[in-house]
Design a protein around this ligand. Structure first.
Ligand code: AHR
Length: 501
């Protein structure tokens, strides 16, 4: 199979906001307890955080982490997770039927985030609580005045404000599973009022309005229209959430799901613009794709209720999952003019690229690698590209090219990074590249993620799926992409001698 990819130096989509490589830690299963936090673990630091997990997180480079939920946040009292640990309440956590000990709260999490070189994307509870508690949390975290909440933070050992810039106005408020679910009218009104108070408290923060829980929600579209209509002036982003599955084991459909993701993004951007147009608004609402991933392997797994740190949603990801994750990351990069934040949901143990064993090791799932390379090397501006590729039709009517790509230009480093997936299950592909304006660019690295077996997985002791460096071809504008493979091509056009991969 042959395919072509063309770019021109002057044709750019936009600068990538690094926050599109964000992730998510929820108080759910073993994400916090037994994931990032395990005081009895041999690698635990003085605060009880696992250093082996921190190392794997830092290796990726996760610029922002959403916290503390998810469904969890809709029943959460943030005060429970502050101050003297010995006095913190134990609560029935209704979203995931667990016991929340509150050993970790915002006091600890903001410290973990600093250690991970990440920012916190904080969610407020607009389910069981309201605008007053949301305002108080901003004051506790970011306040620097002489007030009770700021003083409480200081008393708890944090003289300087946490300086949390990004805030989510609740979580999936349209979902029947959500504590304190609301209609779009109810939500739009409360979100606007919460936003008003939160921004009065700290005008520098940015706010994310909840969009639909996913594209298939019956109210998708009208939810966005109504809630945005009510909250437009107070918010900066609207959220998108989407998980994909391969329950029917249809490889082609599954790896083509990023085409659906792309259509979803375009639809939400169009709705934002339609509401803006109706309002004669100068301001644009951008998108925060703050939950995305593959999620289905763990569906139906049994679990013990009303315990802490019990395994939940522990998907073991296989190689084809990594291919789709790679394609989804390219979709986010190619939509960087509207998607300014995105969170792979989640980060550790719970539908996550990083797994741990209690008291044991921490390791990288298959999906870890496309995430790591996108985050590390997908910096700069996404190029507007044209591609020619054969296509196929999914059983539900989507047209999917065999080739998926994104091209990122880093002006400072003088590099071009091409991410490419060959979706074909059976055929290798020769990719012809026309890099107009980059005539001096030379290929310096070709990293490939490939396994013969689409269902191959990584375990604590055996890393079956890991990237390999391929030998560089003589003609670096003609690249072989193996059947069902993920690839990263790095071109440098500075002094090649000074280039360090
Ligand atoms: O990420 C797992 C769950 O998926 C989150 O708690 C919720 O927001 C979504 O439905």
């Amino acid at each position: 199979m042959k395919a072509e990819l063309m770019i021109h130096k002057n044709f750019v989509i936009d600068e990538i906001d690094p926050r599109i490589y964000g992730s998510f830690i929820e108080h759910l299963g073993r994400a916090v307890y037994g994931g990032i936090y395990e005081p009895t673990h041999p690698s635990a630091d003085e605060e009880g955080f696992r250093k082996d997990v921190l190392d794997l997180v830092k290796e990726i480079g996760v610029p922002i982490v959403r916290y503390p939920g998810g469904n969890f946040v809709s029943g959460y009292r943030w005060e429970d997770g502050t101050g003297d640990k010995s006095k913190r309440p134990r609560r029935m956590e209704l979203a995931w039927e667990a016991i929340e000990t509150n050993e970790v709260g915002i006091d600890e999490f903001q410290s973990w985030a600093k250690k991970a070189n990440s920012e916190v994307m904080m969610a407020v509870n607009l389910g069981t609580r309201g605008i007053e508690e949301a305002q108080a949390l901003v004051e506790y975290c970011n306040g620097d005045e002489d007030t009770t909440y700021s003083e409480q933070r200081r008393q708890n050992g944090f003289e300087k404000p946490f300086g949390i810039k990004t805030w989510c106005l609740g979580n999936e408020m349209d979902g029947h599973w959500q504590m304190g679910r609301k209609t779009a009218e109810e939500y739009g009104k409360v979100a606007a009022e919460a936003a008003k108070l939160m921004k009065l408290t700290d005008p520098s923060i940015e706010l994310v309005l909840c969009g639909s829980s996913n594209y298939n929600m019956p109210t998708f579209g009208s939810w966005e229209m109504t809630s945005l209509d009510l909250a437009y002036d107070y918010v900066d982003y609207i959220s998108l959430h989407q998980y994909y599955h391969n329950i029917r084991d249809r490889y082609e459909d599954f790896v083509g799901r990023s085409v659906h993701m792309n259509a979803f993004i375009k639809s939400v951007a169009a709705i934002c613009d339609a509401v803006g147009a109706k309002k004669h608004a100068r301001k644009k609402i951008n998108l925060s794709f703050d939950e995305w991933n593959v999620w289905y392997h763990s569906n139906g797994d049994a679990y013990e209720k009303w315990k802490t740190g019990v395994a939940r949603l522990e998907d073991i990801y296989n190689f084809e999952d990594a291919l789709l994750v790679g394609c989804m990351l390219m979709t986010l990069q190619n939509n960087c003019d509207r998607v300014k934040m995105a969170c792979m949901a989640q980060l550790v143990n719970v539908i996550a690229p990083i797994m741990t064993k209690n008291g044991g090791g921490a390791w990288a799932q298959t999906t870890y690698y496309p995430y790591l390379y996108a985050s590390r090397y997908g910096k700069g501006e996404t190029m507007r590209s044209a591609q020619k590729s054969e296509v196929y039709r999914t059983t539900d009517g989507f047209t999917v090219p065999y080739l998926e790509t994104s091209v990122i230009h880093d002006r400072e480093a003088k590099t071009l990074t091409v991410f490419a997936v060959n979706r074909s299950k059976t055929e290798d592909m020769t990719l012809l590249l026309a890099l107009d304006g980059f005539e001096t660019a030379v290929l310096t690295e070709h990293v490939e993620l490939y396994h013969d077996d689409l269902k191959a997985v990584n375990t604590e002791n055996a890393e079956a799926v890991k990237p390999k460096n391929r030998a560089l071809p003589e003609n670096d504008r003609e690249i072989l992409l193996k059947k069902h493979s993920w690839n990263m091509l790095r071109y440098a056009y500075g002094t090649v001698d000074s280039y360090e991969p």
